[in-house]
Design a binder for this molecule. Sequence first.
Ligand SMILES: Cc1ncc(COP(=O)(O)O)c(C=O)c1O
Length: 442
Amino acid sequence: MTSPAPATPINADAFWMPFTANRRYKRDPVLFSAAEGMHYIRPDGRRVLDGIAGLWCVNAGHRRPEIVEAIARTAYELDYAPSFQMSHPLAFELAEKLCEEAPAGFSNVFFSNSGSEAVDTALKIALGYHRARGEGQRVRLIGRERSYHGVGFGGLSVSGIGGHRKPFGNLLPYVDHLPHTYDREQMAYTRGQPDWGAHLADVLERIVALHDASTIAAVIVEPVAGSTGLLVPPRGYLQKLRQICDAHGILLIFDEVICAFGRIDGAFASAHFGVTPDLITSAKGLTNGAIPMGATLVRQHVYDAFMQGPDSAIELAHGYTYSGHPVACAAGLAMLDICRRDGLFQRSRDLWRYWEDAAHGLKGLPHVVDIRNIGLLAAIELAPLAGKPGQRGYAVHQACLERGCLIRSAGDTMLLSPPLIIEPAQIDELFAVLAQVLRAGD
Ligand SMILES: Cc1ncc(COP(=O)(O)O)c(C=O)c1O
């Protein structure tokens, strides 16, 4: 372990930080200067137990030597290669291995640089798919309330967080939203999937009746909504969405930017829920967060729909300068090796019940109004401070950080999503610190 950087003051002015209250942050900047395994290290040497895997992405723990070495080796050998009309072996190898990990029938991978780009790519592929099959009038995209699909205009348009959408005008036309699946009265303190709520998928039939199936290209949902406060799908809900999409020729996209790579169960959560979508989007854990990469996986019939006409024609007019970047591919391959060799997905399954019991152990503490969990994900929802939504959550997050634990707040919901290498004693530590803070709070 290299020693942490000395605590030198920084000039925080120039960096316009994402999803941050910049002025509040810059009065008292929180910095991390190193990371290792389950921990961040602050510039003054204090260690912080990472309860959110960075930002839901460092599934195999921080600074894995295998990934760091793969990145360094590849940067020395092949710093960059385009994938427009040429490419390099690592991109093909990673695409093939991802298809092996995906549910049966997934045959092709389109690479991008983030979850947002993976989503926009999926939406464009869905529109292009229908046009290629002579159904170019299918232009409508259906998202869901309280969903997060990134910040591109496409992903934002199908997202369902009002505060993210409001500043940016009309967004894409021809978008509609399903209702979200959360009802505290019906499902508070459920462990795993709630029994109530599958009928909410039937609203898709109403949306189809309203707009006509012939205008609808795709439905996109996170199998488990993450950023918006961990909304676990009711039993049977995803199956119903699949059935309705099938009945009307609508593509189903699962946004697995958070759910994949062992976070819930196995490489992709679709298998756990027993529902196979037509497209899957992924990012984050794909490279263990070590370098940006997004991926959109498609089933054979989606790819085949594009592979028509003269073979000199570009089938999908879409791509990024850094699609399939060699360094990102090397990181992705090293991550898959770790998952396979270390049995990371099984480790996450083995910890699930311990994690669940620890999370639900907070029931009854001050301000707690609900606890939700699935896989190595948990949410502790707190009652908001009167007239100040989000402030209690932020204060709890800050207090946990000062006590050495990184726990994210989304409004007044505390979110936990640790690296899958977490030890039971560290699970105890995370929830004990959160409990201490809640007991100490006013
Ligand atoms: C489900 C989901 N989709 C898309 C995104 C966007 O990913 P990125 O921030 O890499 O663009 C996120 C990010 O948290 C996400 O959770």
